[in-house]
Design a protein around this ligand. Structure first.
Ligand code: 13P
Length: 254
């Protein structure tokens, strides 16, 4: 049985006071469901948010990390630095990093390996653009991102990794993949896990859906057999809507 994970990706939003208030609001919210909860604020506020959620059972993660341990890498943040301020997770290969910042699978793979070596749980994102989908290339694109970004991972390492399927056309657009569209790609990802590793491993790894997840569509998405949680952007910026998504996932999983 895979325990649901509901993760909030706050992206480049909020100021210090609002980030702390949101974290405290979540810590106080009624989310007594059987589900893991993760928030990913800006690096600048990791420390403050980490303190605000202390003792709540909510986990904290970064939105990216660099793969080198230390040294002359101006502007970058290491795995030990984010761990030092309480992070246990890190989002890697988010579509905004792939498509806006220009990260490639080879770089993302180095980050995944480095995060695992530091004892962090990577949340590795994959997903096709609208152009890919319309050209019938969804499966091919997702498979190539999977193989490239997760290259060389042992069975033990892949079991410690979370995968997030985020169709680029559904991110921040209000267009959610239908539960059936999402389930189809999640099932493909689980087949890939079985093929590259084995069926037991494929049943262990959590695969999250992301892209315009809201309280109104969370339960339908989470009730799909291969959807094990959500990576939420916009709707994670308000404690009440994020808590409603968490509760919907808990109900769907029960
Ligand atoms: P939205 O929920 O705002 O579409 O963002 C999804 C996302 O990119 C989460 O990582």
């Amino acid at each position: 049985m895979r325990r649901p994970l509901i993760a909030g990706n706050w992206k480049m939003n909020l100021n210090r006071a609002d980030a702390v208030a949101l974290a405290k609001g979540l810590a106080d919210a009624d989310t007594s469901v059987d589900c893991d909860i993760l928030v990913c604020p800006s690096n600048v506020y990791l420390d403050a948010v980490s303190n605000a959620i202390s003792g709540s059972g909510i986990s904290i993660g970064a939105q990216d990390v660099y793969f080198e341990a230390s040294g002359a890498f101006t502007g970058e943040t290491s795995t030990s630095m984010i761990a030092d301020v309480g992070c246990t997770y890190v989002i890697l290969g988010h579509s905004e990093r792939r498509h806006v910042i220009g990260e490639c699978d080879m770089l993302i793979n180095k980050k995944v390996v480095s995060a695992l070596a530091a004892g962090l749980t990577p949340v590795l994102c994959v997903g096709e653009t609208l152009e890919d989908r319309e050209a019938g290339n969804t499966q091919k694109v997702v498979e190539s991102q999977f193989d490239g970004s997760l290259a060389g991972l042992t069975e033990d390492q892949i079991r410690k990794t979370v995968i997030a399927y985020e169709p680029v056309w559904a991110i921040g657009t209000g267009k959610t993949a239908s539960p059936e569209q999402a389930q189809e790609v999640h099932a493909d990802l689980r087949k890939l896990l079985a093929d590259r590793y084995n069926s037991e491993t494929s049943e262990t790894v959590r695969i999250l859906y992301g892209g315009s997840v809201k309280p109104a569509n969370a339960a339908d998405l989470m009730s799909q057999a291969d959807i094990d949680g959500a990576l939420v952007g916009g709707a994670s910026l308000k404690a009440d809507s994020f808590a409603a998504i968490i509760n919907a996932a808990g109900v769907a999983a029960a």
